[in-house]
Design a protein around this ligand. Sequence first.
Ligand SMILES: [Fe+2]
Length: 421
Amino acid sequence: MTRNSDWGGSDALAARLFMTRAHSQELAAPLSAEDQCVQASEDASPTKWHLAHTTWFFERFILEQRLPGYEIFDPRFNFCFNSYYETQGARHPRPQRGLLTRPSANEVRAYRAHVDQGLHHLFASPESEAAEVLKLIEIGINHEQQHQELLLTDILALFACSPLKPAWRSEKIKAQGDAPALTWSSFEGGVVRAGHDGERFGWDNEAPRHDTLLHPFRMANRLVTNGEWRAFMDDGGYEKATLWLADGWAHVQKEGWRAPLYWQETDGGWAQMTLHGMQEIDAAAPVAHVSYFEADAFARWAGKRLPTEFEWEQAAALSGANDEDRPAATLFTPRPAQGQGLVQMFGDVWQWTQSAYSPYPGYRPPEGAVGEYNGKFMVSQQVLRGSSCVTPQGHSRLTYRNFFYPWQRWQFMGLRLAEDA
Ligand SMILES: [Fe+2]
């Protein structure tokens, strides 16, 4: 799955680990104990659960196995905070995570402190020289970063349910003028290499690097904006069955979709719930919180299509885009495009692709418990590429494959258009 921290020794890895652990607490700091307990939907999890589950991951897969004399904080937590690992035994039902009023938020903080102390002891022991341990720590860091993003998307889902419409952060979002005109970059076809090359960290689902055939295509310079989505709505986009995949149209009818998730019609037009509370909709900012079904219908309405994940990866590679190079977010909301050429590849919204989430040629799930991490979800989901405004900076990369079911839309999900050349 990974080659361990070959760009820094175990000291550098330890520094990143404890920074990541502390950052999760910082994200939760504005939240009350009540905020941290409630589950907004079956898809979302409570903050407290995210904080405990990421801690369980380090305890269960690393400290219990590799730190002699480590004392398990509370043996009952394996049942409470195992997410989906069949090899780790029975677990609390996912839709009922919000019923865990115990352990309290304070007890979960104590659990985190106990496990952090264990991790410090691990780094002071000869075990920290073992390649297998370093590899698992790297996985644990990346796993916790994924949950940092989920913590925020799940808090947004929760706060959107509240009539008080609380803000996780209080900044007002100011419109920044028009989006740059939509332009198209052309790319040649041919056999190209795609996927992770095994250098530095990558998830197992990004590998092996392999040949794939592209036909000549064009890619939009920027993401689809709220203003463009409004035009789709005004043109009856949510009312024309012919624009939709059959399963998508069934969802429109069943769920009563008529706008992206978190859009609300007010006296003054449409407004949007964000991590900064209710805000006016910035027409130039990328549309977010749309499902694959909606993205696909929009693309059909626009006379275009969604890119494949390999077109996206090739275009991103040739444009020199990189998640590590994006500026640190000061606002936790997608921002309007700036600059020329292919922009917004990372850091605003995850971008739906028309590629099904399936294994690459030669893929094998890794050995051991973490073999359940990605491989067993490779059916019925779509791949999203890039990263979002709530993805920890530098967590994603060119070959990163995010995946969700085509009806899900509570993540920061949007789209970029493509077409055949
Ligand atoms: Fe997890």
